[in-house]
Design a protein around this ligand. Structure first.
Ligand code: PA5
Length: 426
């Protein structure tokens, strides 16, 4: 389903060198014996997920699709990035679906917040508030504002039928509020962290509301779970990718540039950045994960990649087939000189841009490239891709000897901010 093409890394990968280390880390992951082992619930989740809740998710998603114009997803970090990545990847950037999905609660920007609230004034909207802790400040402020708006518009009773909460099974302020108000509530299992939660209700409910096939998404994830459970490096593409990253780090690369040729995958890049950044960036370790869309960014970042300091390697997520294609028309005057492409498909042009760039970056720029080859982009393949990256990330972080499942560094800004805001105890 995903094939790691390692032919563009400037030098041949010596996998044998890492085989025994990988076997050890595989054991640590699968026996759940490493640091952060109480957050490995995602590992078997495509098999063990709560089937009854899954049916509830589909039932409520149908209700939202039938009764509302807009779904506002209120969450930050792992509590929205997976859903947003999936919805944009699968519906495209200009979806004409009957339900609009808006993401809220991931910023303190008063302009953004004002604009969204103003936009919602005349819309029939439902809310999915998502927070594992139930106390995240961005989400909580946004939800307080949204709830007020909705209650003013439709009254307290009707608002209760339009608010869905996704949170911890037992703890947290959101759980208490949801219970008190009687909101339909989905569970984020306590052994799954935010950035590994796309296959839980955190991702599935908004994705299902967007009219997408979550059965296929989970089937793809299940296939990836099976394929990446193989201990041997030679049989496990996720581990190959993890080892390539590790090898690049040992070769003094400090940045991984995640590249696609699809604008609708910008948010997948954001999801990827959180997954790897929060999982690996600790104890002075990790590659800095960043992302780009080509050919768009070849007209901005391209210069640096080709000729700038040699800090990075590229990871290209490449699809063999496009969902839709466009034929370039002929033009009698041919003033733009494009008739040599008349009758050609645009995806063919995108493909030649990919091949030309790969060669330019590898051969002239001396930038290592790893290509992750996927047949096509649909629910099934996206489920596979999400799981593949999560498994590779666990392997990659453990190779660096860091805990992939905590994020102690994100607390420091919060403490300072709370102090400045005058919160009690700070
Ligand atoms: O991956 C993580 O754990 C974080 O990014 C969280 O998802 C994010 O901080 C939001 O937290 P919460 O779901 O508790 O509101």
């Amino acid at each position: 389903m995903i094939k790691v093409n390692d032919k563009h890394l400037l030098k041949e990968m010596d996998y044998a060198k890492y085989e025994s280390e990988v076997k050890k880390v595989h054991e640590i992951i699968h026996t759940k014996s490493g640091p952060g082992n109480d957050f490995l619930g995602w590992l078997d989740y495509p098999t063990t997920f709560d089937k009854a809740e899954f049916e509830q998710i589909k039932k409520y998603a149908k209700y939202v699709r039938e009764n509302f114009e807009v779904l506002v997803v209120c969450g930050i970090g792992g509590s929205y990035l997976g859903a947003r990545a999936a919805i944009e990847a699968l519906r495209g950037l200009h979806s004409q679906d009957k339900l609009e999905v808006i993401f809220f609660g991931q910023t303190f920007s008063s302009d953004y917040t004002y604009e969204v609230l103003d936009y919602l004034k005349n819309k029939k909207f439902a809310i999915n508030v998502i927070s594992k802790s139930g106390t995240t400040t961005e989400t909580s402020i946004a939800f307080r504002l949204l709830k007020n708006l909705l209650e003013q518009k439709v009254g307290v009773e009707n608002a209760r039928k339009a608010i869905f909460a996704t949170t911890d099974k037992e703890k947290g302020a959101l759980k208490t509020l949801a219970t008190n108000e009687g909101y339909p509530t989905f569970v984020l299992p306590s052994d799954i962290g935010g950035r590994y939660s796309v296959f839980t209700a955190v991702g599935l409910f908004p994705i299902a509301c967007a009219g997408l096939d979550i059965d296929q998404l989970m089937k793809g994830a299940l296939q990836a779970q099976k394929d990446t459970a193989k201990p041997s490096l030679k049989d496990n593409e996720a581990y190959k990718y993890a080892v390539i990253r590790y090898d690049q780090k040992l070769q003094q690369k400090s940045v991984e540039l995640f590249v696609t040729y699809e604008p609708k995958l910008v948010q997948l890049g954001e999801w990827f950045k959180q997954l790897y950044g929060e999982s690996e960036g600790k104890d002075g370790q990790g590659l800095f994960p960043t992302s780009a869309t080509f050919s768009t960014d070849l007209h901005s970042l391209g210069q640096f990649i080709q000729d700038g300091s040699k800090v990075l390697f590229e990871t290209i997520l490449h699809f063999e087939k496009a969902k839709n294609d466009v034929v370039i028309p002929s033009d009698e005057a041919n003033l733009d000189g494009l008739n040599y492409l008349a009758g050609k498909n645009l995806n063919y042009v995108n493909e030649q841009a990919y091949l030309g760039t790969l060669e330019a970056h590898e051969k002239s720029g001396h930038v290592p490239n790893v290509v992750l080859e996927v047949e096509k982009l649909d629910e099934y393949h996206l489920g596979y891709i999400f799981y593949f990256f999560m498994k590779a990330c666990a392997m990659s972080a453990y190779l660096l000897k860091v805990n992939p499942f905590n994020q102690p560094g994100v607390e420091i800004y919060k403490k300072n901010m709370f102090h400045l805001l005058g919160k009690k105890g700070y």
